[in-house]
Design a protein around this ligand. Structure first.
Ligand code: HEC
Length: 205
């Protein structure tokens, strides 16, 4: 689990992608379970939860879900082709890009109006860039091939490398995707609404 910082300081928000995983299709959840249960068992006691109050308090999850949670799997859009829909499914559900790239409200829920528009309060206090197609403040200057390259090995068109939790997301997950899925993500990303949002460094506190 990763932690994002609360605006105004204070504790880090837990960034656990369960609201995004909720959009996962049942057959994919079943496939993940089959894979996990085929791994060699390791005997090690579980660690205690290290989530700060009020999130450590289980009953508050019910309230939070009532306020912010929209259950149900990703639904394909009939007017879009298969690649776009696959990209949308991966971005929203399995690859949960929004969990890091979207600002959160004061209760830690993603703000739908800022979907993928970046945040200064990302995991471990990181700056997370705007990845909507806005030219000035987002990634409107990257084409689909650039995005595929970046998701595959972390290199940007200027030969710089992505750092921090994005480098981890690529090393541990995105880098394993096949070309078809990477192309689908890039394709979908180019079509999300462009949001003008410059991600600034936070004032030191
Ligand atoms: C665990 C958090 C996390 C997840 C999940 C995540 N990202 Fe990122 N991403 C980051 C961070 C942090 C950066 C900034 C890295 C840096 O500064 O070098 C970043 C950078 C990027 C960039 C480079 C933007 C630029 O302006 O250079 C792109 C493109 C990107 N992410 C796309 C995605 C996509 C698409 C997904 C989902 C498939 C995704 N990210 C999932 C945290 C994340």
């Amino acid at each position: 689990m990763r932690h994002g910082r609360r605006p105004g300081g204070g504790d880090y928000f837990p960034v656990f992608p369960y609201p995004s995983y909720n959009a996962m299709r049942a057959e994919d959840a079943v496939a993940i379970k089959a894979y996990l249960f085929a791994l060699a068992p390791i005997e090690r006691p579980n660690k205690a939860h290290d989530v700060a109050a009020p999130f450590s308090c289980r009953w508050t999850i019910g309230l939070w879900k009532w306020l912010f949670f929209a259950p149900g799997p990703w639904l394909d859009r009939a007017e879009r082709d298969a690649a776009w829909n696959r990209g949308g499914y991966l971005v929203h559900a399995l690859a949960y890009c929004g969990e890091c790239h979207t600002a959160r409200n004061f209760m830690g829920a993603m703000q739908p109006s800022g979907f993928l528009a970046g945040t200064s309060y990302g995991p471990d206090g990181e700056l997370v860039p705007n990845i909507t197609p806005d030219l000035g403040t987002g990634i409107g200057d990257l084409n689909e091939a650039d995005i595929v390259q970046l998701l595959r090995d972390g290199t940007k068109p200027d030969y710089d490398d992505v750092q921090g939790s994005m480098a981890e997301a690529i090393r541990d997950g995105l880098g394993y995707l096949n070309d078809e899925d990477l192309n689908a993500i890039a394709r979908y990303l180019r079509t999300v609404p462009a949001i003008v949002h410059r991600v600034e460094s936070r004032a030191k506190n």
